[in-house]
Design a protein around this ligand. Structure first.
Ligand SMILES: [Zn+2]
Length: 143
């Protein structure tokens, strides 16, 4: 699992303009993937474009895109919930979806098939953590 220390080393201090200009892109999501709540444009880490393209493609191809009810964000400079270290959202390498039904510390409600669309594409799912974060997917490794 990617730690905030690894992300800090690779991408730099969250919040610095240089960190953002080196790593972040405004990704114009391909029109074929603009289904349901998948965003049309997404401000995210450049290393997310490949894995997210794969995850969105799987969601669309399998029809599980229907289970994607809300898009709850990617880039957000903040500490981990209940922690002192930075959330991987601070570097734009994590996304939250279906937050209202998958709250932090609650039992996640996503189907395994939908989760698989993300995990096959290179994401770790917070739903399996000791304190579950079912809305949360983050890059499983840094390129
Ligand atoms: Zn999250």
């Amino acid at each position: 699992m990617v730690t905030s220390a690894q992300a800090l080393k690779k991408y730099g201090e969250p919040g610095l303009l240089s960190t953002q200009s080196k790593n972040m892109v405004m990704w114009d999501v391909p029109a074929a993937l603009e289904i349901g709540v998948i965003p049309k444009r997404l401000y995210c880490n450049k290393d997310m474009v490949g894995p997210l393209t794969q995850a969105f493609t799987s969601l669309v191809d399998t029809g599980y895109v229907k289970e994607l009810k809300t898009w709850d964000g990617c880039f957000n400079i903040r500490k981990k919930r209940g922690g002192a270290t930075s959330s991987l959202h601070s570097w734009g390498i994590a996304v939250d979806v279906n937050a209202a039904w998958n709250g932090f510390g609650k039992h996640p409600t996503m189907s395994p098939e939908m989760v698989k669309c993300f995990t096959d594409a290179g994401f770790d799912w917070g739903g399996t953590w000791k304190k579950p974060d079912g809305m949360h997917f983050q890059l499983s490794k840094l390129p």
